[in-house]
Design a protein around this ligand. Sequence first.
Ligand SMILES: C[S@@+](CC[C@H](N)C(=O)[O-])C[C@H]1O[C@@H](n2cnc3c(N)ncnc32)[C@H](O)[C@@H]1O
Ligand SMILES: Nc1nc2[nH]cc(C(=O)O)c2c(=O)[nH]1
Ligand code: SF4
Ligand SMILES: [Mg+2]
Length: 257
Amino acid sequence: MPVSSTADDQTADDVDGAALPINELFYSLQGEGKLTGTPSVFVRTSGCNLRCWFCDSYHTSWEPTHGTMSINDIIEGIQSHGDADHVVLTGGEPLIHDEAVTLLERLDDLGYHTTVETNGTIHRDAPIDLASISPKLASSTPTAEKDPKGDGEWADRHKDRRIDFDALGALVDDYDTQLKFVVTGPDDLPEIESLLADIRSTAASRIPDSDVLLMPEGTTRDEVDARRNEVADLAMEYGYRYTPRLHVDLWNDAPET
Ligand SMILES: C[S@@+](CC[C@H](N)C(=O)[O-])C[C@H]1O[C@@H](n2cnc3c(N)ncnc32)[C@H](O)[C@@H]1O
Ligand SMILES: Nc1nc2[nH]cc(C(=O)O)c2c(=O)[nH]1
Ligand code: SF4
Ligand SMILES: [Mg+2]
């Protein structure tokens, strides 16, 4: 993907019709969550309202880069993978962009199944088949020690923005959902339990434990190897679902996988 400009919190320049800042568009297997293993086209927008220290998509958050693609060109890119009927819209945070709704409406008209990978801080009204929500825990905060770029400048903004119960409740009520927590270790579990209790009391719909997924933190095979058994044990102990990071197992941290 050519890098022609940068994006941060902003949406795409809308020069000749609806467009989105796209960091990459590729065909792969869904590596995470309930649909793991499903052939899917991934559309990765650039720009995020958070800054997790561990973000595996650094060039959409910490140093956002993109080419601007019209919705028509994105659809054409998706249709070039003729065997795929699942599309995953991810980022960065895809729901910061108004034009994400236009893209999802077009994909719905064309009969695609759509998953939106979101941090759960923004609700939008759109045809989404699976809202894959990954609320961010305190352990994701880019403290000065963990900041991959600076000296903790984003820590306070990240803390203030990372949980919005109104947005989480509305996403859960409006869409088929999974709640996918990135787990760095056992200390994350009390926070997951408490967040879940608060989301359950905000949302009108029931959230079964089987829709709550624990995913090991790690961007490389070695990092996931080091954590997967501990996270699997935690899933059994607490009764939540474990999700692998299949793409990391298969392709390590290669781009466009
Ligand atoms: C790059 S994010 C983009 C979507 C959205 N911003 C979000 O965070 O959900 C895609 C998925 O990767 C997860 N993720 C990011 N970095 C990770 C890491 N180092 N280890 C495990 N999962 C990670 C996120 O939690 C999310 O489920
Ligand atoms: N194969 C594969 N599966 C994924 N599921 C969610 C991803 C994401 O970055 O949102 C992702 C990704 O980057 N690759
Ligand atoms: S919210 Fe998602 S895209 Fe944004 S920094 Fe965190 S993991 Fe990366
Ligand atoms: Mg990814």
